[in-house]
Design a protein around this ligand. Sequence first.
Ligand code: NAD
Length: 510
Amino acid sequence: MKPKEMNKLFKSLGLKKVNKGASVGGQWFANSGDFLEVNDPTTGTVIAKVEQASAKDYQKMVATSQKAFVEWRNVPAPERGEIVRQLGEALRAKKDDLGALVSLEMGKILTEGLGEVQEMIDICDYAVGQSRMLSGPTLQSERPKHRMMEQWHPLGIVGLITAFNFPVAVWAWNTALAWVCGDTAIWKPSSKTPLTAIACQNIANEVFKRNGVPEGVSCVIVGRGSVIGEKLVNDGRVPLISATGSTKMGKRIGAIVGGRLGRTILELGGNNAMIISEKADIKGALASAFFGAVGTAGQRCTSTRRLIIHHSIYNKFLKKLIANYKNVNIGDPLNKRTLMGPLIDDTAVADFKNAINAAVEQGGKVLCGGEVKRRKGSFVLPTIIEIENKAAIVQSETFAPILYVMKYKTVDQAIKMHNDVPQGLSSAIYSDSMSEGEKFISYLGSDCGIANINIGTSGAEIGGAFGGEKETGGGRESGSDSWKAYMRRQTNTINWGGEVHLAQGVEFKS
Ligand code: NAD
């Protein structure tokens, strides 16, 4: 991006060349003296700096957020929803700029950057409706002239820890629901993408201030995972930690929060596969596999990492897929002709190279790609490797555009290979056979949180509950009844008849 355009973008989103990394309400502060450099992954140059928050800044934030919760929970839920509606409107107004910033800082192509902001708008709309539907059932009591019911009450402060690859959508998925549920939020974004977080907070600050929302309902804190992240997860004043990131991070956070009997929503790594049957619509399967594996440069938690292809169509399918791979326009994500942008940083490039070396050592054959692109920035070539499912490298998630391909003979064998990895996020089968499709989404089929028929693994709509099983962490966010995780459930029994009756017919009289 040209300096003049970048200045204009920064101005529109309230960013500076040197930013403070902590905000409660309209104020920005941070006094650690520890500056984070923000890189443009396309050019490898520093585009801004952020002063990270200190432990003292963190304490100030939690105290303010606790106070804000006491006020915020008094606001009727539909009124809280009205404020989230206005946030959705503010995001609509800033969609182009925020989408461009996502592309600039994270490296995903512009259409995906804009799509990510659209996802924020969609969840705001969804949360507005949800604000009138935080309902529990009325239950039949076994005692005469009694009634039972369930209520959902606000929970408290929600601590959000997010990954670099969806730098803004995951914040919105969590906060739009948390806020209508009556909670406050403290967001620790990825240190790789702090500018998008500052921009989001500026947008929220403006809407919240206009509506007199207590300071501390929306907080952002940029700081090291090992300093601020650890403080947040260890803090007994934060009843829920929603953490998105690697399985390694989730195992650590899960153990700490579990140790204090806090709650977590864990959204961790995937190892997503697509089965392509000989009964598949090949054109559709090709388009879905291509987007799933190459889109976002393989940096989605739902990216397609494995293709399990029926042996009878294996060669024909791969020939077509490789032809598509050879035509991928790699470059500046803000250029409309680009199909694949850079990886997030040089560490990701090194992980890509190490994975390819490991795959070859473990018996893999590189069918295309396999190299780093010789230009400035963190660019690699999208890669296809033929290898066995049981190879150690296939069993782990490499966050890069590497697709492992393998053959199967029977659908049962394909499902077994599919499930034979430690992760369980997203999955798909391409088949026009009803029984194959139904089997795949049945209890005998995919063991993932998301299982699709005739669409790919990558990308999800906000209306469904999003998350996965096994080492993906078991959390669910966004649609369906995911809102329940942000509230505490209360069972009420009301005696309207006057006489005391004990449950289970117990008699207790002197
Ligand atoms: P990461 O695990 O390196 O970092 C994620 C976040 O955790 C960052 O904010 C980081 O600062 C923080 N963190 C790290 N250690 C911490 C600690 N000890 N205490 C508190 N916070 C800590 O992940 P990443 O590289 O940013 O993102 C890529 C990973 O995220 C991939 O594995 C991907 O599959 C996963 N992801 C999962 C989902 C999902 O919904 N399942 C969505 C997006 C990304």
